[in-house]
Design a protein around this ligand. Structure first.
Ligand SMILES: [Zn+2]
Length: 481
């Protein structure tokens, strides 16, 4: 096993990942709520965890990956009622759409993709345990609530002061339920089981506390424990889930089992799109279909998403996708030259599937890329090192070419990039149109004294493998290899 390190939200430290059990590294990621097409802000989270899953396979951790499908909540119920379909029919349609988009983005299918509605029994069982231990009570509206003040560690993941959480009059956990606030003992208390309301239509299950449906937080506790055990290795999701969702998961799970829940927590920072928070009114709200309609390939979109580190705010732009297209072309041309150097034919190599599980001890010219990805999943650094590694491999002794070729393929597999070797290479002097455009935008930004934009465009060019050299009355572009 080769060690992978990740920042842990709980301890706020960079920590080596260590499986609790020798057989598997057990990870759970909060999946989509299936009531419409997922947008790129959702997908960047799933792409990041896909890279982690791939990396853990490649590093010898033997991961067991569970990612749930939320198929019952306010939004899915509303969508089903409005479309005149049953909840199951409605959510199955959007689950299929999600899975199709995942395949297009080259995401590996998790080992288990459990649905909330198929695990009602496990959720009821957990409520019963919480009732028995005094952590749950029936509110004035017949719903069952979790008694937050009873759980000592509340706030430990999000690093919020539990006193402040308990005393405030509104919070994001409570705001959704302000109408029935008086039904609960405290605002921070959240619903484990929601009593049936007219607005739920036919969606309801029987429970010892009357007909109703599970609260959203409960499903992840119940399903992660069902498939991974009471204590498991890693839990992740987008940063917006840290509080209250993950905090509540910890409270429910640890109160019910008396054991620590997840040992490591990973959260990805949300992206900006064209410099702003994604919103329908700003016109920067994109689904995968929207970007494909604009002429981008899913692989370009995937590479574009990997251009930012998961713990830093990342600005996703259409210009960045143009740069990703150029970078893929460059990797493809380098790949063809490396194949040639290693004495392999380009045609044969197209038939070789990328293998994640083949162990590799020596990454040769790509050691820096392998080290970068293993140190807090630094995808932008790994991509940069992939380009410099190619340059070094092509310049090195041909005796090393076979080893470097294996390492290059392995890194592509870890990043989930399908790169076709391309022999019909453009002459070195030829600058692709999209690179030229980026460079021109950068020059204009510089002339307008908008240095932040100019710098960010320079970085995009660098990532695509081009260095821009300023001259007195213009600029020159130089290919990096
Ligand atoms: Zn969840």
């Amino acid at each position: 096993m080769q060690t992978v390190q990740l920042h842990d939200t709980l301890s706020r430290q960079l920590k080596p990942l260590q499986p609790e059990r020798p057989d598997h590294y057990r990870m759970y990621v909060c999946g989509p709520t299936v009531y419409g097409p997922a947008h790129i802000g959702n997908f960047i989270t799933f792409v990041r965890f896909d890279v982690l899953y791939r990396l853990l396979k490649a590093a010898g951790y033997n991961p067991l990956y569970v990612r749930n499908i939320t198929d019952v909540d306010d939004k899915t119920i509303k969508g089903a009622l409005e479309s005149g379909k049953s909840l199951e029919e409605f959510t199955s349609h959007w689950t299929d759409k999600f899975q199709t988009d995942c395949r297009r983005l080259n995401l590996l299918t998790p080992d288990v993709e459990p649905r909330a509605t198929e695990h009602i029994a496990e959720q009821l069982e957990m409520i019963q345990k919480l009732m028995d231990k005094g952590f749950a009570y029936v509110g004035g509206d017949g719903s069952v609530y979790y008694k937050v003040s009873h759980f000592k560690g509340y706030g430990k993941l999000s690093h919020f002061d539990p006193e402040a959480l308990l005393s405030q009059s509104t919070n994001s956990a409570g705001s959704a339920n302000l109408a029935d606030e008086y039904e609960r003992d405290a605002v921070a208390d959240f619903a484990l089981w929601k009593a049936h309301k007219d607005s739920d239509g036919p969606v309801a299950w029987d429970s010892p506390w009357g007909r109703g449906r599970p609260g959203w937080h409960l499903e992840c506790s119940a399903m992660s424990i069902r498939y991974l055990g009471e204590t498991f290795d890693l839990h992740g999701g987008g940063e917006d889930l840290c509080f209250p969702h993950h905090e509540n998961e910890i409270a429910q799970s640890e109160a019910a089992t008396g054991k620590p829940f997840a040992r490591h927590w990973m959260h990805g920072v949300h992206l900006l799109v064209e410099g702003k928070k994604m919103s329908k009114s700003l016109g920067n709200f994109f689904t995968l279909d929207d970007l494909i309609e604009k002429g981008f390939e899913p692989m370009e979109i995937r590479l574009g998403m990997l251009g930012g580190h998961y713990r830093q705010q990342f600005n996703f732009t259409l210009g960045g996708l143009n740069a990703a297209r150029a970078a893929l072309g460059k990797l493809g041309r380098g790949y063809a030259r490396l194949l040639e150097k290693a004495g392999e034919s380009v045609e044969d190599s197209k038939a070789i599937p990328q293998s994640l599980d083949t162990p590799l001890d020596d990454f040769g010219a790509f050691t820096a890329a392998w080290d970068a990805i293993r140190k807090d999943l630094n995808t932008p650094a790994a991509l940069g090192a992939l380009h410099t590694g190619l340059k070094a491999a092509l310049a090195a002794n041909s005796g090393d070419a076979q080893r470097d070729l294996q390492a290059f393929r392995k890194l592509l597999a870890v990043l989930g990039l399908e790169v076709q070797p391309e022999t019909d290479k453009a002459p070195a002097s030829e600058v692709p149109a999209e690179i030229q455009q980026l460079a021109e935008r950068r020059w204009q930004a510089k002339k307008d004294r908008d240095f932040a934009t100019a710098d960010s465009l320079r970085n995009e060019l660098q990532q695509a493998g081009w260095t821009v050299v300023d001259q007195k009355d213009g600029f020159e572009l130089k290919a990096n290899t």
